[in-house]
Design a protein around this ligand. Structure first.
Ligand code: 1GP
Length: 258
Protein backbone atom coordinates (compact mmCIF):
# COMPACT_ATOMS: atom_id res chain seq x y z
CA UNK A 1 0.00 0.00 0.00
CA UNK A 2 1.22 3.52 -0.82
CA UNK A 3 2.47 5.63 2.11
CA UNK A 4 4.07 8.76 0.66
CA UNK A 5 1.62 11.38 1.86
CA UNK A 6 1.27 9.86 5.32
CA UNK A 7 5.03 9.70 5.66
CA UNK A 8 5.23 13.38 4.75
CA UNK A 9 2.65 14.21 7.44
CA UNK A 10 4.51 12.15 10.02
CA UNK A 11 7.86 13.67 9.12
CA UNK A 12 6.48 17.19 9.28
CA UNK A 13 5.00 16.45 12.69
CA UNK A 14 8.30 14.99 13.91
CA UNK A 15 10.10 18.11 12.75
CA UNK A 16 7.45 20.33 14.36
CA UNK A 17 6.49 21.82 10.99
CA UNK A 18 2.89 22.90 10.65
CA UNK A 19 0.95 22.30 7.44
CA UNK A 20 -1.72 24.24 5.63
CA UNK A 21 -4.40 22.43 3.64
CA UNK A 22 -6.75 24.37 1.37
CA UNK A 23 -10.17 22.71 1.15
CA UNK A 24 -11.75 22.71 -2.28
CA UNK A 25 -15.42 21.85 -2.53
CA UNK A 26 -15.99 20.44 -6.04
CA UNK A 27 -19.43 22.07 -6.06
CA UNK A 28 -17.93 25.53 -5.71
CA UNK A 29 -15.34 25.39 -8.49
CA UNK A 30 -15.41 24.51 -12.14
CA UNK A 31 -12.72 23.50 -14.57
CA UNK A 32 -11.87 26.23 -17.05
CA UNK A 33 -13.57 25.89 -20.42
CA UNK A 34 -12.15 26.99 -23.80
CA UNK A 35 -14.13 30.23 -23.74
CA UNK A 36 -12.72 31.30 -20.36
CA UNK A 37 -9.33 32.81 -19.61
CA UNK A 38 -9.26 31.81 -16.00
CA UNK A 39 -11.47 30.35 -13.28
CA UNK A 40 -11.71 30.29 -9.48
CA UNK A 41 -9.87 26.97 -9.52
CA UNK A 42 -6.98 28.53 -11.47
CA UNK A 43 -6.87 31.38 -8.97
CA UNK A 44 -6.81 28.96 -6.01
CA UNK A 45 -4.03 26.92 -7.62
CA UNK A 46 -1.91 29.99 -8.44
CA UNK A 47 -2.31 31.52 -4.98
CA UNK A 48 -1.61 28.16 -3.30
CA UNK A 49 1.56 27.64 -5.32
CA UNK A 50 2.78 31.14 -4.49
CA UNK A 51 2.01 30.65 -0.77
CA UNK A 52 3.58 27.16 -0.64
CA UNK A 53 0.36 25.50 0.50
CA UNK A 54 1.16 21.95 1.66
CA UNK A 55 -1.95 20.02 0.62
CA UNK A 56 -5.26 20.34 -1.15
CA UNK A 57 -8.21 18.58 0.45
CA UNK A 58 -10.99 17.93 -2.06
CA UNK A 59 -14.50 16.98 -1.02
CA UNK A 60 -17.43 18.01 1.13
CA UNK A 61 -20.25 16.66 3.27
CA UNK A 62 -22.71 16.98 0.42
CA UNK A 63 -21.31 17.07 -3.11
CA UNK A 64 -24.03 17.59 -5.67
CA UNK A 65 -22.03 18.04 -8.87
CA UNK A 66 -20.55 15.19 -10.82
CA UNK A 67 -17.13 16.48 -11.76
CA UNK A 68 -14.88 15.35 -8.92
CA UNK A 69 -12.59 13.49 -11.36
CA UNK A 70 -12.31 16.58 -13.58
CA UNK A 71 -11.48 18.85 -10.65
CA UNK A 72 -8.84 16.46 -9.26
CA UNK A 73 -7.27 15.88 -12.69
CA UNK A 74 -7.19 19.61 -13.36
CA UNK A 75 -5.37 20.32 -10.08
CA UNK A 76 -2.91 17.48 -10.71
CA UNK A 77 -2.22 18.74 -14.25
CA UNK A 78 -1.54 22.27 -13.06
CA UNK A 79 0.50 21.92 -9.89
CA UNK A 80 2.50 19.54 -7.75
CA UNK A 81 0.60 20.13 -4.50
CA UNK A 82 -0.64 16.74 -3.23
CA UNK A 83 -4.39 16.17 -3.48
CA UNK A 84 -6.04 14.38 -0.56
CA UNK A 85 -9.68 13.35 -0.85
CA UNK A 86 -11.94 14.34 2.04
CA UNK A 87 -15.07 12.39 1.13
CA UNK A 88 -18.51 12.98 2.57
CA UNK A 89 -19.71 9.70 1.09
CA UNK A 90 -18.22 6.62 -0.58
CA UNK A 91 -19.01 7.91 -4.05
CA UNK A 92 -16.50 10.75 -3.60
CA UNK A 93 -13.51 8.66 -4.60
CA UNK A 94 -11.31 9.66 -7.49
CA UNK A 95 -8.39 7.49 -8.56
CA UNK A 96 -6.63 10.61 -9.83
CA UNK A 97 -5.96 11.94 -6.32
CA UNK A 98 -2.88 11.08 -4.25
CA UNK A 99 -4.50 9.89 -1.05
CA UNK A 100 -7.81 9.41 0.72
CA UNK A 101 -8.82 10.33 4.26
CA UNK A 102 -10.58 7.08 5.14
CA UNK A 103 -12.90 8.68 7.64
CA UNK A 104 -14.61 6.92 10.50
CA UNK A 105 -16.89 9.21 12.49
CA UNK A 106 -15.60 8.22 15.92
CA UNK A 107 -17.37 11.09 17.72
CA UNK A 108 -20.78 9.74 16.63
CA UNK A 109 -22.69 6.57 17.33
CA UNK A 110 -23.97 6.11 13.81
CA UNK A 111 -22.77 2.63 12.82
CA UNK A 112 -23.07 3.44 9.11
CA UNK A 113 -20.44 6.19 9.38
CA UNK A 114 -18.26 4.25 11.80
CA UNK A 115 -17.96 1.11 9.65
CA UNK A 116 -21.08 0.39 7.54
CA UNK A 117 -20.29 2.49 4.48
CA UNK A 118 -16.68 1.32 4.59
CA UNK A 119 -17.77 -2.30 4.29
CA UNK A 120 -19.96 -1.60 1.28
CA UNK A 121 -17.30 0.42 -0.54
CA UNK A 122 -14.17 -1.51 0.51
CA UNK A 123 -13.44 -3.36 -2.78
CA UNK A 124 -13.99 -0.19 -4.79
CA UNK A 125 -11.79 1.92 -2.48
CA UNK A 126 -9.01 -0.69 -2.57
CA UNK A 127 -9.19 -0.92 -6.37
CA UNK A 128 -8.71 2.86 -6.65
CA UNK A 129 -5.01 2.39 -5.86
CA UNK A 130 -5.11 5.50 -3.67
CA UNK A 131 -3.02 5.85 -0.54
CA UNK A 132 -5.54 5.13 2.22
CA UNK A 133 -5.14 7.04 5.48
CA UNK A 134 -7.38 5.73 8.28
CA UNK A 135 -8.68 8.86 9.99
CA UNK A 136 -10.61 9.21 13.24
CA UNK A 137 -13.06 11.97 12.37
CA UNK A 138 -14.42 13.98 15.29
CA UNK A 139 -17.19 16.51 14.81
CA UNK A 140 -17.23 19.19 17.50
CA UNK A 141 -20.18 21.53 18.08
CA UNK A 142 -19.56 24.77 16.18
CA UNK A 143 -22.41 26.83 17.59
CA UNK A 144 -24.99 26.03 14.92
CA UNK A 145 -25.95 22.98 12.84
CA UNK A 146 -23.55 22.50 9.92
CA UNK A 147 -23.95 20.27 6.87
CA UNK A 148 -21.73 17.63 8.44
CA UNK A 149 -23.68 17.57 11.73
CA UNK A 150 -27.00 17.28 9.88
CA UNK A 151 -25.89 14.68 7.32
CA UNK A 152 -24.09 12.53 9.88
CA UNK A 153 -27.20 12.31 12.08
CA UNK A 154 -24.90 12.13 15.07
CA UNK A 155 -24.43 14.46 18.02
CA UNK A 156 -21.26 16.51 17.84
CA UNK A 157 -18.94 16.66 20.85
CA UNK A 158 -19.98 19.67 22.99
CA UNK A 159 -17.46 22.44 22.44
CA UNK A 160 -16.53 22.70 26.13
CA UNK A 161 -16.14 18.97 26.81
CA UNK A 162 -12.39 18.70 26.34
CA UNK A 163 -12.19 15.40 28.15
CA UNK A 164 -14.68 13.75 25.77
CA UNK A 165 -12.64 14.98 22.81
CA UNK A 166 -9.42 13.76 24.43
CA UNK A 167 -10.76 10.28 25.24
CA UNK A 168 -12.34 9.94 21.79
CA UNK A 169 -9.06 10.79 20.07
CA UNK A 170 -7.09 8.45 22.34
CA UNK A 171 -9.51 5.60 21.64
CA UNK A 172 -9.31 6.32 17.91
CA UNK A 173 -5.53 6.19 17.97
CA UNK A 174 -5.48 2.94 19.96
CA UNK A 175 -7.94 1.44 17.48
CA UNK A 176 -5.38 2.12 14.77
CA UNK A 177 -6.38 5.46 13.26
CA UNK A 178 -3.32 7.06 11.67
CA UNK A 179 -4.74 10.60 11.80
CA UNK A 180 -7.23 12.45 13.97
CA UNK A 181 -9.34 15.17 12.31
CA UNK A 182 -11.24 17.54 14.63
CA UNK A 183 -13.84 19.49 12.69
CA UNK A 184 -16.45 21.97 13.83
CA UNK A 185 -17.96 21.84 10.34
CA UNK A 186 -17.65 24.04 7.31
CA UNK A 187 -18.59 27.63 8.06
CA UNK A 188 -18.90 26.92 11.81
CA UNK A 189 -19.79 29.96 13.87
CA UNK A 190 -17.37 28.89 16.59
CA UNK A 191 -14.13 27.15 15.65
CA UNK A 192 -12.64 24.58 18.02
CA UNK A 193 -11.11 26.10 21.16
CA UNK A 194 -7.37 26.10 21.75
CA UNK A 195 -7.90 24.37 25.09
CA UNK A 196 -9.66 21.43 23.39
CA UNK A 197 -6.90 21.20 20.77
CA UNK A 198 -4.30 21.18 23.55
CA UNK A 199 -6.12 18.41 25.46
CA UNK A 200 -6.26 16.23 22.36
CA UNK A 201 -2.80 16.98 20.97
CA UNK A 202 -1.14 16.28 24.33
CA UNK A 203 -2.54 12.77 24.43
CA UNK A 204 -1.99 11.37 20.94
CA UNK A 205 1.08 10.66 18.82
CA UNK A 206 -0.52 10.72 15.35
CA UNK A 207 -0.84 13.94 13.34
CA UNK A 208 -3.80 16.13 14.30
CA UNK A 209 -5.86 17.91 11.63
CA UNK A 210 -8.07 20.83 12.73
CA UNK A 211 -10.70 22.68 10.69
CA UNK A 212 -14.08 24.34 10.65
CA UNK A 213 -14.80 28.05 10.94
CA UNK A 214 -11.18 29.24 10.86
CA UNK A 215 -11.41 32.66 9.22
CA UNK A 216 -8.27 34.50 10.19
CA UNK A 217 -4.52 33.84 10.32
CA UNK A 218 -4.30 34.60 14.04
CA UNK A 219 -6.68 31.75 14.84
CA UNK A 220 -4.76 29.39 12.55
CA UNK A 221 -1.51 30.35 14.29
CA UNK A 222 -2.97 29.82 17.78
CA UNK A 223 -4.41 26.44 16.77
CA UNK A 224 -0.95 25.36 15.62
CA UNK A 225 0.66 26.60 18.82
CA UNK A 226 -1.91 24.52 20.72
CA UNK A 227 -0.86 21.35 18.91
CA UNK A 228 -2.68 21.18 15.57
CA UNK A 229 -0.39 19.76 12.87
CA UNK A 230 -2.55 20.55 9.85
CA UNK A 231 -4.98 23.46 9.51
CA UNK A 232 -7.81 23.14 6.99
CA UNK A 233 -9.55 26.23 5.62
CA UNK A 234 -12.34 26.19 3.05
CA UNK A 235 -15.18 28.64 3.54
CA UNK A 236 -13.13 31.73 4.33
CA UNK A 237 -10.98 31.15 1.25
CA UNK A 238 -14.04 30.71 -0.97
CA UNK A 239 -15.10 34.18 0.19
CA UNK A 240 -11.66 35.76 -0.15
CA UNK A 241 -9.01 33.74 -1.95
CA UNK A 242 -6.30 36.26 -1.06
CA UNK A 243 -6.46 34.89 2.52
CA UNK A 244 -4.42 31.90 1.31
CA UNK A 245 -1.23 33.97 1.45
CA UNK A 246 -1.77 35.27 5.01
CA UNK A 247 -2.99 31.91 6.33
CA UNK A 248 0.02 30.07 4.88
CA UNK A 249 2.44 32.69 6.24
CA UNK A 250 0.92 32.45 9.75
CA UNK A 251 0.89 28.64 9.82
CA UNK A 252 4.41 28.32 8.45
CA UNK A 253 5.71 30.93 10.88
CA UNK A 254 4.98 28.78 13.95
CA UNK A 255 8.40 28.16 15.51
CA UNK A 256 9.73 24.66 15.03
CA UNK A 257 10.26 22.90 18.40
CA UNK A 258 13.81 21.66 18.98
C1 1GP B 1 -14.81 21.61 7.01
O1 1GP B 1 -12.78 21.57 8.26
C2 1GP B 1 -13.37 21.98 7.09
O2 1GP B 1 -15.01 20.25 7.04
C3 1GP B 1 -13.15 23.43 6.78
O3 1GP B 1 -14.09 24.29 7.36
O4 1GP B 1 -14.97 25.55 5.42
O5 1GP B 1 -15.23 26.45 7.74
O6 1GP B 1 -13.00 26.42 6.64
P1 1GP B 1 -14.32 25.76 6.76
Amino acid sequence: MKQGIYQSLQLRKKEGKKSFAVLIDPDKVSVRTHSENTSLLDELIDLSLAAKVDYFLVGGSLVISNHLDDVVQYIKANCGIPVILFPGSPNQVSKYADALLYLSLISGRNAELLIGQHVVSAPFVKMSGLEIMPTGYMVVDGGAPTTVSYISNASPIPSDKNEIAMCTAMAGEMLGMRLIYMDSGSGAKRPITESMIESVAGNIEVPLIVGGGITNPEKAYLNCKSGADVIVVGNAIEKDASLIKEMAAAIHSVPVKI
